[in-house]
Design a protein around this ligand. Sequence first.
Ligand SMILES: [Zn+2]
Length: 77
Amino acid sequence: MNGTQLSMKEDNLLMNGLEIRKRIIENNKLIAEQPHNIFVLNQKIQELLDENRRLQDQCPHEYDEMGFCIYCDKEYK
Ligand SMILES: [Zn+2]
Protein backbone atom coordinates (compact mmCIF):
# COMPACT_ATOMS: atom_id res chain seq x y z
CA MET A 1 0.00 0.00 0.00
CA ASN A 2 1.22 3.48 -0.69
CA GLY A 3 -0.35 6.70 0.47
CA THR A 4 1.19 8.92 -2.14
CA GLN A 5 -1.75 8.96 -4.54
CA LEU A 6 -3.13 12.41 -5.09
CA SER A 7 -6.82 12.79 -5.67
CA MET A 8 -7.87 16.17 -6.98
CA LYS A 9 -11.62 16.50 -6.78
CA GLU A 10 -13.00 18.63 -9.55
CA ASP A 11 -16.53 18.72 -8.17
CA ASN A 12 -16.02 21.06 -5.25
CA LEU A 13 -19.41 22.68 -5.68
CA LEU A 14 -20.64 21.41 -2.34
CA MET A 15 -17.64 22.40 -0.26
CA ASN A 16 -18.34 24.22 2.96
CA GLY A 17 -16.28 27.04 4.38
CA LEU A 18 -13.86 24.85 6.28
CA GLU A 19 -13.23 22.65 3.26
CA ILE A 20 -12.61 25.76 1.17
CA ARG A 21 -10.20 27.04 3.84
CA LYS A 22 -8.27 23.76 3.80
CA ARG A 23 -8.11 23.63 0.01
CA ILE A 24 -6.90 27.21 -0.35
CA ILE A 25 -4.17 26.61 2.24
CA GLU A 26 -3.07 23.52 0.30
CA ASN A 27 -3.09 25.45 -2.97
CA ASN A 28 -1.10 28.31 -1.51
CA LYS A 29 1.45 25.86 -0.19
CA LEU A 30 1.79 24.30 -3.64
CA ILE A 31 2.09 27.77 -5.19
CA ALA A 32 4.93 28.61 -2.78
CA GLU A 33 6.71 25.41 -3.74
CA GLN A 34 6.58 26.07 -7.48
CA PRO A 35 9.68 27.38 -9.22
CA HIS A 36 8.66 30.67 -10.76
CA ASN A 37 9.86 34.07 -11.75
CA ILE A 38 8.06 37.37 -12.13
CA PHE A 39 7.99 37.31 -15.92
CA VAL A 40 6.49 33.93 -16.74
CA LEU A 41 3.76 32.62 -14.54
CA ASN A 42 4.14 28.90 -14.07
CA GLN A 43 1.20 27.01 -15.60
CA LYS A 44 0.61 25.09 -12.38
CA ILE A 45 0.54 28.31 -10.37
CA GLN A 46 -2.01 29.74 -12.77
CA GLU A 47 -4.24 26.70 -12.31
CA LEU A 48 -3.97 26.91 -8.54
CA LEU A 49 -4.77 30.62 -8.55
CA ASP A 50 -7.77 29.96 -10.79
CA GLU A 51 -9.01 27.31 -8.41
CA ASN A 52 -8.62 29.63 -5.44
CA ARG A 53 -10.71 32.19 -7.30
CA ARG A 54 -13.42 29.62 -7.96
CA LEU A 55 -13.34 28.62 -4.29
CA GLN A 56 -13.76 32.26 -3.30
CA ASP A 57 -16.78 32.51 -5.60
CA GLN A 58 -18.57 29.68 -3.80
CA CYS A 59 -17.40 30.50 -0.29
CA PRO A 60 -20.02 31.31 2.38
CA HIS A 61 -17.88 34.25 3.48
CA GLU A 62 -17.42 34.99 7.16
CA TYR A 63 -15.35 38.06 7.79
CA ASP A 64 -13.10 38.59 10.78
CA GLU A 65 -12.56 41.92 12.54
CA MET A 66 -9.84 42.79 10.04
CA GLY A 67 -12.30 42.47 7.17
CA PHE A 68 -10.93 39.28 5.65
CA CYS A 69 -12.87 36.09 5.13
CA ILE A 70 -11.78 33.42 7.61
CA TYR A 71 -12.20 30.76 4.92
CA CYS A 72 -10.93 32.15 1.64
CA ASP A 73 -8.97 35.31 2.63
CA LYS A 74 -11.17 37.50 0.44
CA GLU A 75 -11.29 41.08 1.60
CA TYR A 76 -14.64 42.55 2.56
CA LYS A 77 -15.62 45.44 0.33
ZN1 LIG B 1 -14.83 33.57 1.80
